[in-house]
Ligand binder design. Structure first.
Ligand SMILES: CC[C@H](C(=O)O)C(=O)SCCNC(=O)CCNC(=O)[C@H](O)C(C)(C)COP(=O)(O)OP(=O)(O)OC[C@H]1O[C@@H](n2cnc3c(N)ncnc32)[C@H](O)[C@@H]1OP(=O)(O)O
Ligand SMILES: [Co+2]
Length: 138
């Protein structure tokens, strides 16, 4: 799956305090875009910092007590949450992955951050890593 048609888009970290975590990463040298985006469907506020020409760091802070990040923090605490790969065609990629036996978490891609369509591969399919696939909307 990873390789010619997939590029690492972001490494996501679940955090309890977005400002505090952002200061840590800024202190280590990253700079974040001013834009913070709330993704209602996921119950998260996101902050992105560019790491190289493709990859970003995504900080994910829950709001409310129902989203997956809130549950992750309760269960595992702060830390790396998922990897995201940018693909040319997220629907085709999900069909390919289903064919190969991977469990996708949504029938159809959902709206993600930064005007993208995204889907997720269950960690049970990947040896314990939640993987997101993402396509920029036209
Ligand atoms: C979309 C906006 C933004 C973007 O970039 O565009 C985002 O990335 S938002 C990110 C937040 N949204 C999601 O993560 C959606 C996908 N995640 C889910 O649907 C759930 O979190 C799911 C299905 C991965 C786990 O939910 P569940 O209710 O089953 O939680 P459990 O704690 O019972 O977990 C079951 C099992 O999976 C392990 N687990 C859970 N989360 C992770 C993870 N991030 N990485 C690795 N493993 C994970 C958990 O430990 C359980 O394993 P077990 O061995 O049974 O204990
Ligand atoms: Co993400």
């Amino acid at each position: 799956m990873i390789g010619k048609d997939c590029v690492l888009d972001h490494v996501a970290i679940a955090v309890k305090d977005l400002d505090k975590s952002q200061r840590i990463w800024e202190d280590m040298g990253l700079s974040f875009s001013t834009k913070r985006e709330v993704v209602e469907s996921q119950g998260v506020t996101t902050a992105f910092a560019q790491m190289d020409e493709n990859a970003h760091l995504e900080l994910l802070c829950p709001y409310g007590e129902n989203g997956p990040i809130h549950k992750f923090l309760e269960k595992k605490g702060e830390g790396i949450h998922h990897l995201c790969f940018k693909v040319k065609d997220v629907v085709a990629k999900c069909d390919e992955l289903r064919e190969k036996g991977y469990t996708l978490l949504n029938e159809q891609p959902i709206n993600g951050a930064n005007n993208c369509l995204v889907n997720f591969i269950h960690p049970k399919s990947t040896g314990g890593v939640l993987v997101e696939v993402s396509q920029k909307k036209a």
